[in-house]
Design a protein around this ligand. Sequence first.
Ligand code: PGA
Length: 256
Amino acid sequence: MTRKNLIAGNWKMNNTIGEAVVLAQEISYDFYRDWLELVDVAVCPPYVDLKPVVNVFEFDHLKVGVGAQNVYWEPKGAYTGEISIEMLREIGCEWCIVGHSERRGLFGETNEDVNKKVKALVDGGIKPIVCVGESLAVRDEGSYLEYVCAQVRAAFAGVDEAAAKSAVVAYEPIWAIGTGRTATPEQAEEVCAAVRATLAEIYADKTADAMRVLYGGSMNEGNAALLLAEPDIDGGLIGGASLKAKSFIEIVKAAM
Ligand code: PGA
C-alpha cells in the first residue's frame, strides 16, 4: 500500500499574528502547487494565528491545510479558556494535534482526555494528529513499545473504524523533541511499525495499512529523507524546523 506522506508543522507557542502571516506567505511563495499531488502539507499555528494563516493560503489558492494544536471535546458552555471543534471548523481548520507530549507533560492531559478529543474531532469532521511517545526513562528501561502501543489503544478506544481512517498517529519520542537528538531511522521505524500493528489489532488490516503514521522529534532538512524512506513512516510532525520557511519546504520536498 502506498500512503501519501503528510508533513505537518507544529509551530507551538511561536509567532504573533504578524509573524505567522509572514511565515505563511514565505511558505506559499516557495511552494509549487503540483507538490500537493505527491504530499499533503499542513501547518498548526497557535489559535489566534489560525484564521490569518487560513486567509493567506486561501488568497493564494494553495491547499496547504491548517490545524490547531489542541481542542476541547464539549460543544459549548462554561469551559473558560477552551476552544470547541465547531469554532475550529468555522475558521477553516482541517487538522488538530491531540495529546502532544508537552500537553501531556506540562498540562496534565491524560490518555482519557486524548480519547475524548479524538472521538469529538472525528465526529466533528476534523482530522486528529494523535501524538504518542515515550520518555527517555521508559526507553532506557526497555518497555517503550508496550508504552507507546498502550497510548495508541487508549486514544482509539471506542473510535469506529470508518472515523478512525481520518486520523493520523505521530510517534514523537520525548527525548527527541527539541533536543536535536533525532531517533535513528531504525529506532523510529521499529515504533512506527508497532503502532501500525496495534492499529491492525483494533481495526481491519486494510484500515491499519491505509492510516498514516508520522515521526516527530528534531526532524529537519538534513535527516528527513532517511527517516521518510522507512516503510512505516508516512510523514513528519515538525517543530523547530517548521518555523523557517526554507527548512520546512526542504522537508516537504524530501517527502515527495
Ligand atoms: P521538534 O518538535 O521538531 O522541535 O523536535 C516536534 C514536535 O514537538 O512536534
